[in-house]
Design a binder for this molecule. Structure first.
Ligand SMILES: Nc1ncnc2c1ncn2[C@@H]1O[C@H](COP(=O)(O)OP(=O)(O)O)[C@@H](O)[C@H]1O
Ligand SMILES: [Mg+2]
Length: 276
């Protein structure tokens, strides 16, 4: 331990999963995990193509932690601040994610990005997303977006980055920024969001093509159904934060979301299908 301010370790709360994320001066240190290799390559690629909306990977420290740039700005903590529901902010998130996805697209789906996704989980529904076309972020929660001057500036926390389609990436945003879950399960800040209005805003700001909008709600349902099995599997095989979230009712929340999506399917699909 040191009292030198440049070396002081300030804990960074916010996420559910990674323990021991700290700020040290102008850097962030994250314990190396089995996803670090993918994350480092993704960040290196983004740097190579000149995408500035992500931290740079700077190396590994003497405690075997990844060193990243600390991105100055405003990040939501818990409870989420009211601005998480601000339509201009939400649209700016969708535009930033679009830029990120466009920056990732030239890389395609390299072999190192494939995840050992345990295909033999009993009961796991088949995916309907279609073949992935790029490495998506897929964890676009308010805690993982840095804002500057009231608009989304950078994405952080690439631990769940994996091969995706654009519709999958947008589905992930709809969850956290579009209120696509039962009101009672939402954070207070997004409880009054109208999922049809926010959904249309997000697909429009992202510029999701018509073909990919046409079965977006069905895809969201399929992803919810699958995520129940995948999350249970992660809780059982990985433990840690995954197990804690499961024990705190994450599985039941997913089941309620799947039902909510079925109940609101028509209205939601009309909204995102017709959005321009
Ligand atoms: N590179 C960064 N720049 C600025 N803040 C960061 C950075 N990395 C992490 N943080 C802050 O730390 C929090 C937790 O880090 P994160 O990488 O999201 O870990 P977790 O896996 O726990 O979600 C974030 O919500 C954010 O507030
Ligand atoms: Mg996070």
């Amino acid at each position: 331990m040191t009292t030198d301010p440049e070396h002081l370790e300030l804990p960074l709360a916010g996420g559910d999963v990674t323990e021991g994320v700290v700020r040290v001066g102008r850097t962030v240190r994250r314990p190396v995990s089995d996803t670090s290799t993918v994350v480092r390559r993704v960040l290196a690629h983004l740097h190579d193509v000149g995408f500035v909306g992500a931290p740079r990977f700077l190396g590994v420290d003497e405690e075997d932690r990844d060193i990243l740039d600390f991105v100055e700005g405003e990040v939501a903590g818990r409870p989420w601040p009211g601005w998480v529901a601000d339509p201009e902010r939400v649209a700016s998130v969708a535009r930033l994610v679009r830029e990120f996805d466009d920056a990732m697209e030239p890389l395609g789906v390299p072999p190192w990005a494939e995840r050992p996704y345990s295909p033999d989980i009993a009961g796991l529904p088949a995916p309907i997303a279609g073949p992935p076309t790029f490495i998506g972020h897929l964890d676009i929660t308010p805690e993982n977006v840095v804002f500057r001057d009231g608009r989304a500036w950078a994405l952080i926390d690439f631990d769940l980055a994996r091969p995706a389609t654009r519709a999958e990436e947008v589905s992930n945003m709809l969850l956290w920024w579009g209120g696509w879950m039962p009101e009672a399960d939402r954070e207070a800040a997004t409880r009054d969001v109208d999922p049809a209005v926010a959904g249309a805003l997000i697909v429009t700001a992202y510029g999701l093509e018509e073909a990919e909008r046409s079965n977006l709600v069905e895809l969201a349902s399929n992803l919810a159904d699958r995520s129940w099995f995948l999350m249970k599997w992660r809780a059982e095989t990985m433990g840690g934060g995954w197990l804690r979230m499961w024990e705190e009712g994450a599985g039941d929340r997913i089941l309620r979301r799947a039902q909510w999506l079925r109940d609101h399917r028509k209205d939601l699909q009309r909204a995102v299908g017709a959005a321009r």
